[in-house]
Design a protein around this ligand. Structure first.
Ligand code: TRP
Length: 488
């Protein structure tokens, strides 16, 4: 079957890596990772998170990039095309549609948090947080959120900035933006870690992040770790697949995906190293929740020499990270409107933008006028986060793993990946048995249908994986079939 030709490609070798890393590295790394790690008590959670990244995240990331490039189109078309080519139904394209919807829903609360970061950059730089204590800092955050004009204004600004960049197109908009923003982000982060290393909380911070305490391992933490692994790698939300569609033929899917995943993990750990020492040096609690970044940290910055400068730099960095992620969420849907419906990129961006602004403004109201619009105890903001991280992304992930592992011809993506045989088999085995089973356990646990905590009986999980692998290999054309000589 003919391979569709891409409309455009990344211009430089590093553009994909920068853009995909820009997508992966975002509020997830700097805002969410530290606060969840704080809530689940540090080291044990970090270990679970790393496990999820390596066993589930990276194999799926590779699959997404490979499918994007093979299908050369927006996530919906790319999936439909690859599914047909691999002998499956083209309705798998709907998985791409769900992914784009998921990305869109993420963006609706993402711009609100990004708006916080923008606002705090100004507040820190302008010195309006100076001299506050814990209570005052909480009051400032509460006041900021209570005022729909302020909160809405900042969310609107982030949304418009995102639309403007995406509307300008791949090379003029996205590629140009990430070329400056990503190196700036890394530089700022290193400066901050360097500063944190000089505080007396550094040793405590390192211990908190890396000391493994088995008693803290539990299914609840595993649920959060898995959801976060999906979130932080931007999986199952259309972004990575959309970017993969522009990856030039001669670049290695596996190598670039690995660089992206490792860079993302490194930034999360570095952010932890920048944040926890400052928290401990000031005797604050790491378990402050979503407000950790906006209540404890500004306070900590106030108390350090040059705090105003470092604080402003820190929030500028968070804003940059958020922006490069936000851009990538829209790319898939813009490309879809453009390729499927012939709408120009600019118009597509503004069309989607209209809907985005509408929903994100409603989401922003979760913190003030709309705080009482709740469903199952969750505001719109919490609900969107919960729906996407806990359900839509893992669901998209499990379906993708099943598609690649069972429905597509097993050798289809081999030309895309250029892996040695053993590694290709390992990749397939992870997608066929390990990811689906682990994600399924997470679902069952979340639904309360599992009468025990799977993590405390990890040997059960390992055994089930192996049993499933055996059964799967007997019942389906298994991974072994790849190694038989092809029938003539
Ligand atoms: N990975 C982003 C972060 O860590 C968040 C994210 C999730 C995302 N899904 C996405 C970003 C899809 C872009 C596209 O902040």
């Amino acid at each position: 079957m003919d391979r569709p030709s891409p409309h455009y490609l990344w211009r430089s070798r590093w553009a994909f890596v920068l853009a995909a890393t820009g997508s992966a590295v975002g509020l997830g790394n700097i805002w969410k990772f530290p606060y969840i790690t704080g809530e689940y008590g540090g080291g044990a959670f970090v270990l679970l998170y790393l496990l999820c990244i390596f066993l589930i995240g990276i194999p799926l990331l590779v699959a997404e990039v490979a499918i994007g490039r093979r299908g050369r189109g927006n996530p919906m078309d790319a999936l439909a095309h690859v599914a047909r080519e691999g002998g499956a139904s083209r309705h798998w394209g709907l998985l791409g549609a769900m992914a784009m919807l998921c990305g869109f829903l993420i963006l609706c609360f993402y711009v609100v948090v990004a708006g916080w970061a923008f606002a705090y950059t100004l507040k820190m730089a302008g010195g309006s947080l100076a001299g506050s204590d814990v209570a005052a800092m909480q009051a400032i955050f509460a006041d900021h959120n209570a005022d729909p004009l302020q909160l809405g204004g900042w969310s609107l600004l982030v949304a418009l900035l995102t639309l403007w960049i995406v509307g300008r197109g791949l090379q003029q908009g996205i590629e140009r933006a990430v070329r400056w923003l990503m190196p700036g982000l890394v530089l700022l982060l290193l400066v901050l870690v360097g500063y944190a290393a000089t505080t007396d909380g550094f040793a405590e911070g390192v211990t908190f992040l890396f000391r493994f305490d088995a008693s803290r391992l539990n299914g609840e933490a595993f649920l959060a770790a898995l959801g976060h692994a999906f979130f932080t790698l931007s999986l199952a939300s259309g972004a990575i697949m959309a970017y993969g569609a522009y990856l030039p033929e001669q670049q290695s899917v596996v190598r670039t995906s690995l660089i992206v995943a490792l860079a993302d993990t490194a930034v999360a750990l570095l952010a932890g190293l920048a944040i926890f020492p400052v928290i401990f040096a000031n005797d604050m609690s790491p378990a402050a929740g979503p407000g950790l970044l906006f209540m404890s940290l500004p306070l900590a910055f106030q108390q350090m020499p040059w705090g105003q400068l470092f604080g402003a730099l820190f929030f500028a960095m968070v804003s940059i990270a958020a922006l490069t992620s936000a851009i990538s969420i829209l790319e898939g849907s813009v490309a879809w409107l453009n390729e499927q419906h012939g709408i120009s990129r600019r118009r597509a961006a503004w069309l989607l933008g209209g809907v985005l602004v509408l929903i994100s403004q409603l989401t922003m109201l979760s913190f003030n006028q709309g705080a009482h619009w709740t469903l199952a105890g969750m505001t719109l903001f919490d609900g969107l986060d919960y729906l996407t991280s806990r359900w839509m992304m893992p669901l998209g992930g499990i379906l993708l793993a099943l598609l690649v592992g069972y429905r597509l011809r097993l050798d289809l993506l081999r030309d895309e990946l250029h892996l040695p045989r053993a590694l290709y088999a390992l990749w397939l085995i992870l997608l066929r048995y390990v990811s689906p089973l682990l994600i399924l356990l997470v679902f069952l646990h979340a639904l309360g249908w599992l009468g025990f905590d799977p993590l405390q009986r990890w040997y059960w999980v390992a055994g089930a994986c192996m049993a499933l692998a055996l059964l799967g290999e007997c019942l389906t054309p298994g991974v072994r079939s790849l190694y038989r000589p092809a029938p003539r």
